[in-house]
Design a protein around this ligand. Structure first.
Ligand code: SF4
Ligand SMILES: [Zn+2]
Ligand SMILES: [Zn+2]
Length: 320
């Protein structure tokens, strides 16, 4: 097998692209693919300050390295979720990655605010990933504001986007389909644009990039991901991709190019109605209600934890 680009022996075959590459050409291909997504979707340019949400996994670390190497101004932000050893390893990998490359990294630990994901799961009946999503959104938005960033970049890859799209289509989640884009424009001046530069880059490609570049990332999945429906969708899509290479990329790319606008809310439905957005009484971030969804969650956790400690202190002491 020869490299499609330089005819030297190839190290990796990409069936979806009908190509094979040697190491140098694969790295060139990968970087160019990310750069093209950024330019084509007008995600940001070298004058932007980009907050990169880094989890410690291969996708976000690969993205951060590509952006930094391409001369973009990046600020890393890691939210330590407090999910036991998994979160400890994720934080350690992220900090080591940033230190080795001299990159600016900010870390926020949920455990410092009694909001670690296990705390939240223990106090509320909300599914872990739903609560985690609300918490991440809040801290990413707040970090972009705090560190003067114009845009938030996440490491969502093609496999993530294809699985999410399949789930949204199967359940006709039209409001979610309206928001499934590689670029989400802000709806308030305190929010910034959110972008996914890897939305057409497969998980296999980011894993290959991370391996070739010697990036030490957390290989294990979050324990809460086990059994998630998203993984079932991913395995169905893997089977389709196996039979027909390029299916995932076509599904996502063509949805964005040809179908996503059909789901955009009409002005009459309040689309982009900035005037309707008030200020959260808890955190000061934009909110449709008196409290934003993050502060409502935090209030629920605080209430439940306070009630539990009252009950514990009122319980009669048992004889040893
Ligand atoms: S899988 Fe883990 S990190 Fe991902 S949303 Fe769920 S709880 Fe959060
Ligand atoms: Zn080559
Ligand atoms: Zn709030």
């Amino acid at each position: 097998m020869k490299c499609t680009r330089c005819r030297e022996p190839a190290e990796v075959k990409l069936r979806a692209h009908n190509s094979a590459f040697c190491r140098a050409c694969f790295l060139f291909f990968f970087q160019r693919r990310v750069a093209r997504a950024i330019e084509h979707e007008r995600m940001f340019d070298t004058s932007s300050r980009v907050l990169v949400a880094v989890s410690g996994g291969k996708d976000s670390l690969a993205l951060w390295e590509v952006l930094a190497n391409d001369g973009y101004q990046t600020v890393g932000f890691h939210l330590a979720l407090g999910i036991g050893a998994y979160s400890e390893r994720s934080r350690a990998r992220t900090e080591a990655f940033a230190a080795a490359r001299g990159l600016e990294l900010h870390v926020r630990a949920l455990a410092d605010e009694s909001l670690s994901i296990p705390d939240v799961m223990g106090a509320t009946r909300r599914p872990a990933c739903a609560a985690c999503g609300t918490i991440k959104r809040h801290y990413f938005d707040a970090a972009a504001l705090e560190h003067g960033c114009d845009v938030i970049a996440t490491g969502h890859n093609l496999d993530d986007e294809a699985a999410r799209l399949l789930g949204n289509v199967l359940h006709w989640q039209t409001d979610h389909l309206a928001r499934q884009k590689p670029v989400m424009q802000p709806r308030h001046e305190k929010f910034v644009r959110k972008v996914k530069p890897l939305y057409l880059t497969s998980e296999f490609e980011t894993a290959t990039y991370a391996f070739m570049r010697g990036i030490d990332y957390v290989v294990e999945e979050c324990p809460n991901a086990v059994g998630a429906t998203q993984l079932t969708y991913k395995s169905v899509l893997d089977r389709l991709e196996d039979v027909s290479p390029g299916t995932k990329a076509g599904f996502v790319r063509d949805f964005v190019a040809r179908a996503s606008d059909a789901f955009a809310p009409k002005p009459a439905e309040g689309a982009g109605d900035v005037a309707a957005i008030g200020t959260c009484g808890g955190c000061g971030m934009p909110s449709f209600g008196t409290l934003c969804s993050f502060c409502s969650l935090r209030a629920e956790v605080d209430r439940k934890l306070a009630k539990r400690s009252q009950t514990a202190s009122a319980a009669p002491a048992t004889e040893a």
